[in-house]
Design a protein around this ligand. Sequence first.
Ligand code: C2E
Ligand code: CA
Ligand code: CA
Ligand code: CA
Length: 279
Amino acid sequence: AKLNGRRGYSVYDSMIRRDRKRRAVLIEKLRVSLSRDEVGVALQPQSNLRSGRHEGFEALARWKVGGAAVPPLELISVAEEAGLITQLSYRLIDKALAAMAGFRRDGLSPGTIAFNVVAAQLQEPDFIERLCAMVEAHGLSPQDIEIEVTENVILDRAAGNIAAALKQLHKKGMSIALDDFGTGYASLTHLKQFPIDILKIDRSFISGILNEKDDEIIVRTIISLAHNLGFEVIAEGVETIDQYKQLSNFGCDLVQGYLLARPMSEEESRAYLDSVRRP
Ligand code: C2E
Ligand code: CA
Ligand code: CA
Ligand code: CA
């Protein structure tokens, strides 16, 4: 930056200004979208590697502004900054639960539904109560629900409260999954301190399991660590049949990724469930 002198700095400053402007605009648009109930949910299937059977879905937020999709990570960070994340998540959870209940009414077996939650949600005093009430209102049970948290969530400053909230959810019968495992700063002690049931291996390790020895070793090690601690393990970002076979060789329990299906609308998910149904 120094070499470019003023010019370098001014380019940087203008980038920062543009970014702030975009976020301020997005916050306003998000408020409007929420009031019009325009934030959607996509469902991505997970399947059991041994039986080959459908296991459940992960719910993922979807939001379009002026016809263009806003990347979910940006949506979530904007929503957190604006204090809108809890509101947004309740909407999304309700939509996904309604879809699951609808699938059941149609005679389909949608399995479990996983929700991504952030620290702010787990710190809401009535989060657990409200979530359980929503689950019940849709005729589902806590056993149908998985809660996905990243390492950042369990490393939050309020880690004590977070652990207590996760323990309560776990006690109700929900499963807790540690998302993006291997990319953050969580240590092995955290695996004992938190009531974790499932490790989700980050997709950055999955992409290299066929041709990068390091990734292969990391994935095999995570799988055996998970099993030794009594956790299930799911690989995310599985895109090819060769990765699928390799994960099967490694003894991985579950898979999720474009190979099975991309995140889908409710209609597409219904068609998917119908197509994987067995007589
Ligand atoms: P995530 O929880 O790790 O979700 C999986 C992401 O991987 C999704 O990205 C999904 O579309 C993508 N993905 C799935 N299979 C494949 C594959 O085979 N290859 C590749 N390259 N990608 C695959 P998406 O939908 O863009 O979401 C990104 C992130 O945004 C999520 O990562 C999650 O951290 C966050 N997110 C999305 N929805 C929510 C939400 O409702 N609440 C919270 N707190 N976070 C959310
Ligand atoms: Ca499961
Ligand atoms: Ca996730
Ligand atoms: Ca993930």
